[in-house]
Design a protein around this ligand. Structure first.
Ligand SMILES: Cc1cc2nc3c(=O)[nH]c(=O)nc-3n(C[C@H](O)[C@H](O)[C@H](O)COP(=O)(O)OP(=O)(O)OC[C@H]3O[C@@H](n4cnc5c(N)ncnc54)[C@H](O)[C@@H]3O)c2cc1C
Length: 511
């Protein structure tokens, strides 16, 4: 839905084929980053998202890590995404994916450019010179249809039939773990965990878990929760005591009313390419992983932002021949780094910690190591900074590599997200950005502006020029001028004196 909305805002029509009639009510995808908040601004759903959230904003900013169980004496504040909120033009949010989906569907309907076909399933595809023909069938029935379009994007989840049909292979890191997901109501759990105040997520690091998470998340303030943890191979709904599993994780007996018990195999998968001809994949279809760190839906939304303007550019005729391939070139290394530098790293570090320290073996050594974790364990949030420094369509440093690690700062760096700064008279820079490219001229150099105008206008490349001389941004951003892409990433930053506008634009549009 996100991709369809972004495309609609760029005047493209889409058909969304969804096999289910109704939205699945599993409370996943809740931990939404401030960057996702910027997407919501772009899509015009910020207020609707806030209104749909069952949790006050104060709960959206963090959780608690504990040792052994959730009521342990060893605990510290953990995963506070509000720490980096100043670097974004929006805040983080927390709401179940089914609520987000409802908001996006409402918005999609408003655009008048999106046809949602509920209850229809993708079956097969055939690529031809100018696009792709897709066969779909009714999920509960025999009717079939063929849809032809210039592009097909498989946003069809980790098992992605579109990925399979396009022959896109993936690299899988199997962890050979069966995971259980429990959704339940427990007012007693609300009462027990009230000791931590406004906290939404809890991770009990346990010697029994070998580095895997026992993760508890609030759905609302009405006693609804979800929990996931590894369970022994062969576990089914019938042969396992889930009440006991929860009691152990909490460290106390609690009354529990289960509404959902599900399972999945813990593995990390990354498609080897995100494009095959006219077919693309995005979201979990391109990359899937255990829900450690709330990277999943956020990464999928960023895929959508990255891909939408490129599809629109090529459809309108101004996108260069390398633009569509840059989708894989930019997004693939970001997920590879998210996997290696955040998700797998956190499993290995927790494993190393529980192997090395145990309060019953050596209490002093354990407490020293625990206190060290407590004082510095925010890297999952503060160092998570997806960027495209090594992208072929970014005018950056030679030899730079794209990835997901970095340090948040305001300086304008090619390949990085533009961090917002306040403007005089309470103007909001984010509201001033154009739907296409935006050139921020911080020096007021009209000759420079005209060169960019001449490099774009005759070719139909959408460029908005903002003359921000005197806005006090020169020192903060550390550049005379900044070319911002439609997805708010910086294509180029530098001096207005001696730059070649045509060369910069050519590179930015993949010519
Ligand atoms: C317990 C849990 C907690 C999570 N928490 C977070 C979190 O806090 N933050 C976060 O960012 N991520 C989280 N995630 C991950 C997040 O939910 C996923 O990354 C996200 O759902 C991926 O979205 P998607 O649209 O790519 O795929 P999906 O949500 O899987 O959607 C794919 C869609 O394709 C449809 N489909 C599949 N096959 C066909 C077909 N043949 N024809 C038509 N339609 C089809 C499906 O019905 C489905 O609607 C969590 C996941 C779990 C399980």
């Amino acid at each position: 839905m996100a991709l369809a909305i972004d495309l609609a805002l760029q005047d493209m029509k889409t058909i969304v084929v969804e096999r289910h009639e109704t939205i699945q009510q599993v409370p996943k995808g809740q931990n939404l980053t401030a960057r996702t908040g910027e997407h919501f601004r772009r899509w015009g759903v910020t207020d609707a998202i806030r209104a749909a959230s069952p949790i006050p904003r104060s709960y959206g900013s963090g959780g608690v890590a504990t040792y052994g169980n959730y009521l342990s004496d060893y605990h510290y504040e953990w995963f506070n995404r509000a720490r980096i909120v100043d670097y974004y033009a929006a805040t983080n949010e927390r709401l179940p994916q089914y609520r987000t989906e409802e908001v996006l569907r409402t918005r999609a309907a408003e655009t008048g450019k999106i046809t949602l076909m509920r209850g229809w399933s993708f079956q097969s595809l055939e690529q031809h010179d100018h696009g792709v023909a897709v066969d779909i069938t009714m999920t509960q029935g025999d009717d079939t249809q063929t849809i032809s379009a210039p592009f097909l994007v498989g946003c069809d989840g980790a098992r992605s039939p579109v990925r399979e049909a396009a022959g896109i292979t993936q690299t899988v890191d199997p962890h050979d773990r069966l995971m259980a997901l429990l959704v339940f109501n427990s007012r007693q759990l609300d009462e027990r965990l009230a000791i931590y105040g406004d906290k939404a997520i809890f991770n009990a690091i346990s010697p029994d878990m070998n580095g895997y998470w026992q993760f508890l998340g609030r759905v609302d303030l009405e006693g609804n929760w979800f929990f996931h943890a590894p369970v022994p191979p062969g576990t089914t709904r019938e042969n396992f005591n889930f009440q006991q599993l929860l009691n152990n994780a909490v460290g106390a007996e609690i009354d529990v009313d289960f509404s959902y018990v599900g399972f999945w195999d813990l593995r990390l998968s990354l498609a080897d390419t995100y494009r095959q001809g006219h077919v693309f994949i995005a979201g979990d279809a391109a990359h899937s992983h255990p829900p450690y760190g709330g990277y999943g839906i956020n990464t999928g939304f960023e895929d959508a932002r990255n891909l939408a303007w490129k599809l629109a550019a090529c459809h309108s005729g101004w996108g260069g021949e390398r633009l569509l391939d840059s989708y894989t070139a930019e997004r693939h290394p970001v997920f590879a780094s998210t996997r290696d530098d955040f998700i797998v790293k956190s499993i290995l570090e927790d494993r190393d910690f529980v192997d090395s320290y145990h309060p019953e073996r050596d209490l002093t050594a354990f407490e020293t190591a625990w206190n060290q974790r407590a004082s510095g364990d925010d890297s999952l949030v503060t160092q998570y900074l997806p960027h495209y420094q090594g992208s072929p369509i970014i005018c950056g440093e030679t030899g730079a590599v794209s990835g997901a690690t970095g340090r948040h700062e305001f300086a304008a760096r090619a390949g990085h997200h533009l961090a917002p700064r306040p403007l005089p008279d309470e103007q909001d820079l984010w509201n001033m950005l154009g739907p296409g490219f935006t050139l921020l001229d911080l020096t007021g150099n009209t000759d420079f502006q005209q060169r960019f105008d001449a490099a774009t206008k005759p070719r139909g490349i959408p460029l908005k020029i903002l003359d921000l001389a005197g806005a006090g941004l020169l020192e903060t951003y550390g550049a005379d001028a900044i070319l911002v892409r439609p997805d708010n990433f910086i294509a180029w930053a530098g001096s207005t004196d001696d730059c070649d506008a045509v060369a910069i634009i050519d590179k930015a549009i993949g010519t």
